[in-house]
Write a protein that binds this ligand. Structure first.
Ligand SMILES: Cc1ncc(COP(=O)(O)O)c(C=O)c1O
Length: 392
């Protein structure tokens, strides 16, 4: 099974159908490059939904997985484990000050799910305020916090007690808080909602509001974490520490992992209150530990910031009437178009670059931090050509 079509034919027969798939099969990856089943090379500006921040198959991560796999694959959280202990210590060392404990799980939605439960448990209150265009995942709790009605309408009733107010609007948030509000949940940069960074003072304003009103602050850093925005976590740009910080995607260096960073305001996390069979699995912890080590050894946080600036400045040099705005933070970049993004994405892929949509008109780029300037030049050129062909 070694051609795109052969792989597509078999998967199409057996896959559930819940994913809208592109007509390509990816079979290998290294750094910012992936190869399809026909041997074509593509620059991956999706990082596989924002997972491969450290690059595909980073050798340090691969080595750690291979080594751990010969020692111990399964050890659930009812016992302690050396690899997990090292990883937890390392993760806390990079989290914003004040987040001193971690809960480990398997995905971003699960991290948000856990944060929602922890906030109810800790506060004794039931309600949550999320934001218009916010995205937090597809499980019932995280979907309740998600805004897009199309993702929700077939699955109602969802969890009661969730409301949504416009992003970057402190006044509306303040007005929405009631005596039942357990927590506010927001992204530091809205991803799915169109790559919208939070306005200056917004997160700090939310922190102040939460402190004043006795409400918990959950920041969903599933997409923005691990160097994506040029800091370990996007909240660092704004000098804010949430009570619960949710992680996923690139946390595991390519393997499935979620986590919640937990602050001292969170109470009552006693045995039996929450859990997951695979949470804290040693193989995944080995990969995630190596992921952080690779970032530190290679200065990839600083590099993400530099390459993000380079990418955005190059994109802003493209002069085309169909480009409304180029915006973003670090290597989380959105090109807001005056046209639908679907045809542009298809043309881009034909030009050798994988991009992502964020809503109907935004082309989202989430390249790995290891992308080179030459590769960025190629990407920008391919985007310019894709917009030209799709708009004529
Ligand atoms: C901000 C944010 N939160 C949560 C999720 C859900 O993560 P997962 O798909 O790992 O459940 C995503 C996924 O795109 C996301 O971007």
């Amino acid at each position: 099974m070694n051609s795109n079509q052969a792989i597509i034919d078999v998967e199409s027969q057996f896959t559930s159908g819940v994913y809208g798939k592109r007509e390509v099969a990816i079979v290998r990856g290294e750094g910012a490059i992936v190869w399809d089943g026909d041997g074509n090379e593509l620059i991956d500006c999706s990082s596989g939904y924002g997972v491969a921040n450290v690059g595909h198959c980073h050798p340090h991560v691969v080595r750690a997985i291979v080594e751990q796999s010969t020692v111990l694959l399964a050890a659930a959280e009812f016992v302690y484990n050396d690899t997990r202990a090292q990883f937890e210590e390392k993760l806390v060392s990079i989290l914003p000050d004040g987040l001193d404990k971690v809960y480990l799980c398997n995905s971003g939605a699960e991290a948000n799910e856990a944060a929602i439960k922890f906030a109810r448990l800790s506060s004794g209150k039931t309600d949550f305020i999320a934001t218009v265009k916010g995205f937090h995942g597809r499980t019932m709790g995280s979907l309740s916090a998600t805004w897009n009605k199309d993702y929700k309408k077939d699955f109602e009733p969802l969890i009661p007690g969730f409301s949504h107010v416009p992003y970057n609007n402190l006044e509306k948030m303040e007005n929405a808080i009631t005596e039942n509000t357990a927590a506010i949940i927001v992204e530091a940069v809205q991803g799915e909602g169109g790559v919208k960074p939070s306005a200056d003072g917004y997160l700090a304003g939310l922190r102040q509001l939460c402190d004043d009103k006795g409400v918990l602050l959950i920041v969903d850093e599933v997409q923005t974490g691990f160097g994506r925005t040029g800091k370990w976590f996007a909240v660092e740009h704004y000098g804010v520490t949430p009570d619960l910080l949710c992680m996923g995607k690139s946390l595991g260096g390519g393997v499935p992992m979620g986590a919640v960073g937990i602050g001292s305001a969170i109470q009552n996390l006693g045995p039996g209150k929450h859990g997951s069979t695979f949470g804290g699995n040693p193989l995944i912890c080995a990969a995630a530990l190596a992921n952080i080590e690779a970032f530190q050894a290679e200065g990839l946080i600083e590099q993400a910031a530099e390459r993000g600036d380079y990418l955005m400045s190059k994109l802003r040099q493209i002069e085309h009437p169909m480009i409304r705005e180029v915006r973003g933070l670090g290597l989380m970049v959105g090109i807001d178009l005056k046209m639908r993004v679907g045809p542009v994405l298809r043309a881009l892929q034909a030009n050798g670059v994988i991009g992502m949509p964020a809503g109907k008109t935004v082309l989202r780029l989430l390249p790995p931090a290891v992308i080179t300037e030459e590769q960025i030049d190629f990407v920008v050129d391919a985007i310019e050509k894709a917009i030209l062909t799709s708009s004529t």
